[in-house]
Design a protein around this ligand. Structure first.
Ligand code: DLL
Length: 433
C-alpha cells in the first residue's frame, strides 16, 4: 500500500522540479535567518541565487555534527522560539545531545512521513501498534506515535523498559505490529520464551525496526522468533527522526527516501567528493521543507549507497541500501576497516550461538587485539570444554576468512551480555588514541 500516491510515485522529472523549488526557498530562508549559514555561504563564496539546478547543490559547503554542537542548543533555529512547538534531542553517547526543534508544520510533516513509512511497511489503520521505542527526547517513540495516529491505527505507547510487563501487554492486548530497535525485539522475543509465551500466543505480523545497524541474518532470526515480517526504518534527529526512509516489503531491498522532503547525496568521507549512484560512502542530507531546523548538506556519518533503479512497489523514490555502520563506529583493526555489522553477519551464520555479542578492542604492545564476546545457546554445552574451544576456533576462522582480521572469540554464558532497551552497545574500545 502507498499512503501518498501522488508524491511517492511521481515521475522523476516532476519530483526534481519540486525539489529544486523547495531547495531554493530553503536556501533563501536560512541565509536570511540563520547567521551560521550566512557566514558559511559567504566563506564559500556562494549566495542562494547561485543555486540554479540540483547539481549546483555541490557548490554549497557541508555541515557536520560539530556545527550543531557549536550552536547548542538553539543557535541553528530558523524561526523564532514562539513558533517552535516541540524540542527533541539525540542521546549522544559523548558530550552534549543534538537538539532539534519543530514548528507545528514540521510536526505535521513528520506525522505524514511516518504515516507513509508505516504504510510502506505494511501497517494499516486496522492495526494495533505496540510502540516500544523510547518516548522522551529520543525521536523514536513520538515519531511512530504521531505517524500511527495520522494513519488511524491504534497505538499502545508502551515505550522502552519493563520487559516482562511488555510481554504481558503483547499477549493480552494482541498488538499486530511491533515497533522498537532490532536488539530490543530480540530481547522481547527471548523474554517471551522464558515466560512461556509462544509466537502463536501473539498476533504480531509486522515489525518496524531501526535506529541501529542490523544485518540481513538478524532480520531472518527476528522474523523466525516472532513470526512477523521485519522491515528496516531509518532516520536521525538532525534530519527529522524516524521516517526519513523505509523499506518496502515488496522488494525488501533498500529503503525509499522521502525525496520530496530530503535530498540525499553520497560522498567520499575523506575527500568530500560526490560519488555516483551505487558507490559506497557517507550519506549526506539536505532538508527542503523543514521550518525550524533546516539542514544543508549535513554529513550523517552513516555508510551506505544509493540505488536509483525503479522498484517493483511502484515508488519512484530513490533507495538507500541498508546502513552498514557509521564512520565513527568503524573499527580499524591493524589497519583493516571493519563494521560491527560485518562481524554480526559472520556470527549469525554459526550454529549454537545467540545473536547477542559485544566487540572489545584493546591495544597490547602496540597491537590491536579484537575480542568477540558472544553468548552460547545451550548452557549444558558450557561443560564440554573441547566443544567450546572448537566452536571458538571455528568462528575465529570464519572472521579471518570473510573479513581478513584476526579475532579472539570468547563464548560466554547465556544472558551475560547486557540487554538494551534502545540502541545496543556493540563496541567497547579500550584503546587510547
Ligand atoms: O535513531 C531515529 C530513529 C528512531 C530511526 C526509530 C528509526 C527508528 P538518532 O537517535 O538521532 O535517531 O540516531 C540516528 O542511528 O545516524 C544511524 O547511525 C542510526 N540509525 C538509525 N536508523 C538506522 C537503521 C534515530 N535503520 C542514527 N539502520 C543514524 C542503521 C540506523 N542505522
Amino acid at each position: 500500500m502507498i499512503y501518498n500516491i501522488e508524491y511517492e510515485t511521481m515521475p522523476r522529472e516532476a519530483l526534481e522540479a519540486i525539489q529544486l523549488r523547495r531547495l531554493q526557498a530553503t536556501l533563501e530562508r536560512v541565509y536570511a535567518t540563520v547567521p551560521f549559514y550566512r557566514k558559511r555561504f559567504q566563506e564559500a563564496g556562494v549566495v542562494p541565487a547561485d543555486i540554479r539546478s540540483l547539481a549546483d547543490l555541490r557548490r554549497l559547503p557541508f555541515m557536520a555534527k560539530q556545527d550543531l554542537r557549536d550552536n547548542y542548543p538553539f543557535g541553528m533555529f530558523a524561526v523564532p522560539m514562539e513558533n517552535v512547538v516541540r524540542i527533541q534531542a539525540s542521546s549522544g553517547t559523548t558530550g552534549k545531545p543534538t537538539v532539534a526543534g519543530y514548528t507545528a508544520r514540521d510536526v505535521s510533516t513528520w506525522s505524514e512521513l511516518m504515516a507513509r513509512a508505516l504504510t510502506a511497511g505494511g501497517v494499516t489503520r486496522g492495526d494495533i501498534i505496540h510502540n516500544a521505542y523510547g518516548y522522551g527526547l529520543f525521536t523514536g517513540g513520538f515519531g511512530v506515535h504521531y505517524g500511527a495516529e495520522r494513519l488511524g491505527a491504534s497505538t499502545i505507547p508502551v515505550s522502552g523498559g519493563n520487559t516482562k510487563r511488555q510481554v504481558m501487554i503483547m499477549k493480552d492486548f494482541g498488538p499486530t505490529v511491533l515497533t522498537c530497535t532490532p536488539s530490543y525485539a530480540l530481547h522481547l522475543a527471548e523474554a517471551a520464551r522464558e515466560l512461556g509465551v509462544t509466537p502463536e500466543d501473539l498476533r504480531l505480523r509486522v515489525g518496524i525496526f531501526g535506529a541501529e545497524p542490523w544485518s540481513e541474518k538478524m532480520r531472518e532470526d527476528i522474523e523466525q522468533r516472532l513470526h512477523l515480517q521485519a522491515v528496516d526504518i531509518y532516520g536521525l534527529t538532525e534530519v527529522m527522526g524516524p521516517g526519513v526512509s523505509i523499506e518496502c516489503p515488496e522488494a525488501k531491498k533498500g529503503l525509499h527516501i522521502f525525496e520530496d522532503h530530503f535530498i540525499p547525496e553520497i560522498i567520499n568521507p575523506e575527500t568530500g567528493e560526490t560519488l555516483p549512484y551505487g558507490e559506497v560512502g557517507e550519506l549526506v542530507f539536505t532538508s527542503i521543507t523543514k521550518e525550524a531546523c533546516p539542514i544543508i548538506r549535513y554529513r550523517t556519518r552513516d555508510i551506505t549507497s544509493l540505488n536509483p533503479e525503479p522498484c517493483i512497489c511502484g515508488r519512484t523514490l530513490i533507495r538507500m541500501n541498508r546502513v552498514t555502520g557509521r564512520t565513527d563506529d568503524m573499527l580499524i583493526i591493524r589497519g583493516v576497516n571493519v563494521f560491527p555489522s560485518q562481524i554480526e553477519s559472520v556470527l549469525m551464520e554459526t550454529e549454537g550461538i545467540e545473536p547477542h555479542y559485544q566487540l572489545v578492542v584493546d591495544r597490547e604492545n602496540n597491537l590491536d587485539i579484537l575480542t568477540v564476546r558472544v553468548e552460547i545457546r545451550d548452557i549444558a554445552f558450557s561443560d564440554q570444554v573441547r566443544r567450546l574451544q572448537d566452536l571458538e576456533k571455528n568462528i575465529s576462522k570464519n572472521i579471518k576468512e570473510y573479513l581478513g582480521i584476526s579475532a579472539k572469540v570468547k563464548l560466554v554464558e547465556p544472558k551475560s551480555i547486557e540487554r538494551s532497551e534502545g540502541k545496543a552497545k556493540r563496541v567497547i574500545d579500550n584503546r587510547k588514541f
